[in-house]
Design a protein around this ligand. Structure first.
Ligand code: PAF
Length: 281
């Protein structure tokens, strides 16, 4: 497995692979890999000839008071995990390789980015769609893999790829969870032991909401309130948002019909965790 820092070098390797008729699978990440990322890499390995992983903590998608500087970084650990999961190439560019002096171009997906995490993290999705477009242009994948844990991100990327006629398939894989239900996230390492113990309340609340819906609840407000009540009972948790939306446009809904996305963001101290479930009635 090779680690490549320059865009030109990666381009040449991919060009050579394409000349040999190889397909390219791509998993974009910010590193500090966990089982969620590894499940994407394994799927990419199964479906493509060449598997590329990018590790780039993208400054553009962090707000000024967010955790860009603290974001966990460990290339050695990531390399070992990635290689074991079948990765062929790690693209690990420096910030100035991705955003050289004079950089002035941004990609914005409208509407889908206005609610949920878009409302509490202004500019976040513009940073994500800009860097992902650049990465797609550099890697030119046939297939790219994202996790359902970042449900809004996955929908935004799908929309962007369709709207901008990107010639690739976006594959979204299920959220991978710890044994107690906490969604895997690189940010879980920030949690204190007490916060870590409390954090499974997110998934438990989502499962309870699912259960109420199964029993016949159809009011989105009632489901939302039930989750808010549950999480508010945990003193270490502070709710950022709880949303019940449709699954394509991410608009808040009144009644739960067909499919709905229940998504939330909750802070434990400085750490902001997200989770979601899809429900079908
Ligand atoms: O999900 C992430 O890790 C990031 O948002 C992504 C897609 C790698 C873009 O920086």
């Amino acid at each position: 497995m090779q680690t490549i820092r320059e865009i030109a070098t990666l381009r040449q390797i991919i060009k050579d692979a394409r000349h040999r008729g190889q397909t390219v699978g791509f998993v974009p990440t910010m590193g500090f890999l966990h089982e969620g990322h590894l499940s994407l890499l394994r799927r990419a390995r199964a479906e493509n000839d060449l598997v590329v992983l990018s590790i780039f903590v993208n400054p553009l998608q962090f707000g000024i008071n967010e955790d860009y500087n603290e974001y966990p970084r460990d290339l050695e650990r990531d390399s070992a995990l990635a290689e074991e999961a079948g990765c062929d190439l790690i693209f690990y560019p420096a910030v100035k390789e991705m955003y050289p002096r004079g950089y002035a171009t941004f990609v914005d997906v409208e509407r889908l980015t206005s609610g949920l995490c878009g409302a509490s993290r202004p500019g976040h999705f513009r940073g994500v769609t800009t860097v992902v477009t650049k990465l797609f242009n550099i890697v030119t994948p046939d297939r790219t893999y994202f996790g359902q844990k970042d449900a809004q991100q996955a929908l935004v990327i799908r929309r962007m790829a369709a709207d901008l006629n990107m010639d690739l398939e976006v594959i979204v894989m299920p959220t991978v969870r710890e044994h107690d239900g906490l969604a895997m996230s690189s940010r879980n390492v920030y949690l204190s032991p007490e916060q870590r113990k409390a954090a499974p309340i997110l998934y438990q609340s989502l499962l309870q909401a699912k259960e109420s819906i199964k029993k016949g609840e159809r009011s989105a407000a009632a489901v939302r309130n039930q989750i808010i009540q549950n999480i508010s009972a945990e003193p270490l948790a502070s709710i950022d948002y709880v949303s019940v939306t449709d699954t394509t446009e991410l608009q808040e809904i009144d009644r739960i019909q067909n499919q709905a996305l229940i998504a939330l963001a909750v802070r434990f101290g400085q750490t902001r965790l997200i989770d979601n479930i899809l429900v079908e009635v």
